[in-house]
Design a protein around this ligand. Structure first.
Ligand code: AHM
Ligand code: MG
Length: 349
């Protein structure tokens, strides 16, 4: 309908936010809280941010520019590498090398730790899985990048062994999920968990989920039940207790399993519930890697008010990996849901 002045009104008007918190602004504000900060950490995060944007871009265009399928190689732990695994890793390595702030880099795709001698004064070490869940890539299912940042000791010599650290030593960790949009979740030691959404038009991650808190409980479980014949008794009893509740009127849990830890973890952070990849008879050490998958995720879960434990019910962030690609079983998510696993284990041990 025409207005009194004869002009046609717009269909709807978007409310414009002119005071957006970008990741860059967030990091700058965080840095100003630490008088001793030199800006190195912030610069390292900017380099990380660029690698997430690049990986997101190539994943979106993969089918169009022939980046689908296997690369014909396998990685450090014997998994088949996808073309995008290789590209994601190269993007990540280049970003870390050129940042000048990263001395050591452990990547799932690299057998040995990379030592950047050109940055011998750099005080940070980064651990990452550049594209986690890559078996989902060609089906367009969400995958993600997981990362953790350690601060090296002042007398560090830049050796791989100096990175065999527990998650309690992480100064920051996070992940980016490449889904309908790219979602970046980051947390720093002893701090809150914050979520950012990539605005493709602005080319910036925008703070959309400040201070993420895990719901205390939620009846959702996320695990690869195809492995259940290999599980040990407490794990079997735990999952059966969710599916066959014994209390009167009790309802069974919902199952949700994407098969990309980043996507399953992101849903768990938002909705609550539990994600588990237990160690079992087939994989006695578990499947997921301690340094760059379990520990960073565990730090996020704890900082959001949840719990994360291994198969011995020890806090995941206290586990010291025996080598850089060492694995562990993991149970993580809502505080009360993880507590149920711990309680069942207590009966057995
Ligand atoms: P990847 O690092 O080789 O991609 O493997 C890790 C992935 C996780 O994202 C996911 O939770 C798990 O492996 C899925 O394994 P499965 O296919 O055995 O359920
Ligand atoms: Mg992985």
């Amino acid at each position: 309908m025409a207005q009194a002045n004869g002009e046609t009104p717009p269909v709807a008007q978007e409310k414009i936010n002119t005071d957006i918190v970008t990741l860059t602004r967030f990091l700058t504000e965080e840095q100003s809280k630490h008088k001793e900060a030199t800006g190195d950490f912030t610069l390292l995060c900017h380099a990380l941010q660029f690698s997430f944007k690049s990986i997101a871009y190539y994943i979106r265009r993969a089918s169009l520019i022939n980046l689908s399928g296997l690369a014909g190689s396998s990685n450090s732990t014997g998994d088949d590498q996808h073309t995008l695994d290789v590209i994601g890793n190269e993007i990540f390595v280049a970003a870390m090398r050129s940042s000048g702030k990263c001395r050591l880099l452990v990547s799932e795709e690299e057998e040995e730790c990379l030592v950047f001698n050109e940055s011998s004064k750099a005080r940070y070490a980064v651990v990452c899985d550049p594209i986690d869940g890559s078996s989902n890539l060609d089906a367009g299912v969400s995958v993600g990048t997981i990362f953790g940042i350690f601060r090296l000791a002042d007398n560090a010599e830049g050796k791989q062994e100096e990175l065999l650290l527990p998650g309690t030593e992480l100064v920051a960790s996070g992940f980016t999920m490449y889904g309908a949009s790219a979602q970046l979740v980051i947390t720093m030691k002893g701090s809150t968990v914050n979520g950012f959404t990539m605005d493709n038009a602005l080319g910036e991650f925008i703070l959309t989920h400040p201070n993420m808190r895990l719901p205390k409980s939620r009846s959702i479980y996320s695990t690869n039940e195809g492995n259940s014949m290999y599980w040990d008794e407490p794990v079997k009893e735990y999952f059966n207790s969710l599916k066959y509740p014994t209390e009167k009127g009790g309802k069974p849990y919902s199952a949700r399993y994407i098969g990309s830890m980043v996507a399953d973890a992101y849903r768990t952070l938002l909705y609550g519930g539990i994600f588990a990849y237990p160690a079992d008879k087939k994989s006695p050490k578990g499947k997921l890697r301690i340094l760059y998958e379990c520990a960073p995720m565990a730090m996020i879960m704890e900082n959001a008010g949840g719990q994360a434990v291994n198969n011995r019910m020890e806090r995941m962030v206290t586990i010291v990996p025996e080598h850089i690609h060492d694995r562990s079983g993991i149970f993580m998510g809502s505080y009360d849901e993880v507590q149920k696993v711990i309680d069942i284990y207590k009966k057995y041990h």
